[in-house]
Design a protein around this ligand. Structure first.
Ligand SMILES: [Zn+2]
Length: 311
């Protein structure tokens, strides 16, 4: 028995040493993995799901910052120069990258929204000129909020998979298998949205800013008004009067706040008109505590369900 224990100890020691000698090698292997940088939270989550453990995925925007107000610094440029792959949304969302050129030999730049038919941004006549300046996020290439429709998200995941294969063909089968698994989850989310929304009592809703157009188009909801035509700019007294009329006309029973904007104006209107206040999260701010794209979309669906079924 004692001899057995001794042998066991010797073996254990051997493993410890083997483990130690492996340590630095493994560490250097970890940094050898290609670096992928995504611009904001949904793309980060998509990329993590496809990359698995074969790539390092980092997000450009720090937690709490959204593409509306992000300012690009020389430090950010340095980070991008180290990336093998930069994944952005496209549709004019990433205005902060407009003047950034990266060496095409070092960094592949991919628009995850490639191949998605853009929706026109509804421009209000009296806001036409402001639209180009305030917020800076919605001014070219149609409505950028494609990721909030799970079917479009699937397209984005396929584009991300193809980009990862282009950068690291040796792991092609891994990226393909990971994508298949994640696409199945997105397909289930799509089916859940379809099934739930079909049964909503009311299809009309008023949004904070026009983030859920692709989502409403997909599932038959109707965005009848938005509080901020220009993200970050509160409505004028005239458009406020129009908003209140619309709320009454469609018997809207709840209003939505969004985590990246102040809820003040929504709370005021809601208490005046005796409406409930719920939250929708378009995931523009990259708070990684959020968990997952799918988890947040389920919360959004639950908020819609509660709002649209209120008597
Ligand atoms: Zn937006």
């Amino acid at each position: 028995m004692k001899r057995f224990a001794n042998i066991f100890c010797a073996l254990a020691l051997l493993f410890v040493f083997a483990g130690c000698s492996k340590g630095p090698e493994q560490a250097s292997k970890a940094t050898d993995k290609p670096l992928v940088i995504t611009t904001f939270f949904p793309l980060y989550d998509f990329a993590k799901n496809v990359a698995g453990d074969r790539m390092r995925v980092e997000n450009l925007l720090p937690a709490g910052a959204g593409p509306h107000e992000f300012t690009f610094t020389p430090k950010d440029r340095q980070r991008l120069e180290n990336a093998r792959l930069l994944i952005k949304n496209g549709f004019g969302l990433e205005t902060f990258l407009e003047d950034v050129t990266l060496s095409p030999d070092k960094t592949l730049v991919v628009e995850a929204g490639k191949g998605i038919a853009p929706l026109e941004l509804k421009k209000k006549e009296d806001h036409r000129d402001e639209h180009e300046h305030v917020g800076g996020h919605h001014h070219e290439g149609g409505d950028p909020h494609v990721w909030l429709d799970p079917v479009n998200a699937m397209k984005q995941v396929e584009n991300i998979r193809d980009a990862m294969i282009a950068v690291d063909p040796a792991n092609k089968t891994v990226y393909e298998a990971n994508a298949v698994r994640y696409l199945d989850q997105l397909r289930a989310l799509d089916e859940e949205c379809r099934r739930e929304i079909e049964g909503f009592a009311r299809k009309e809703f008023v949004a904070y800013h026009s983030a859920f157009s692709y989502f409403s188009n997909r599932y038959g909801l109707k965005q009848v008004a938005v509080f901020e035509e220009v993200p970050g700019k509160e409505p004028s007294p005239r458009s406020m009067a129009g908003l209140i009329n619309t709320i009454k006309k469609y018997n809207v029973r709840a209003l939505f706040t969004e985590p990246q904007f102040s809820p003040r104006i929504i709370q005021t209107v809601a208490s005046d008109l005796k409406l409930s206040v719920l939250e929708l999260d378009p995931m523009e701010t990259g708070d990684f505590e959020k968990g997952s794209y799918i988890g947040v979309m389920k919360k959004n669906l639950a908020a819609f369900k509660e709002a649209q079924n209120k008597p």
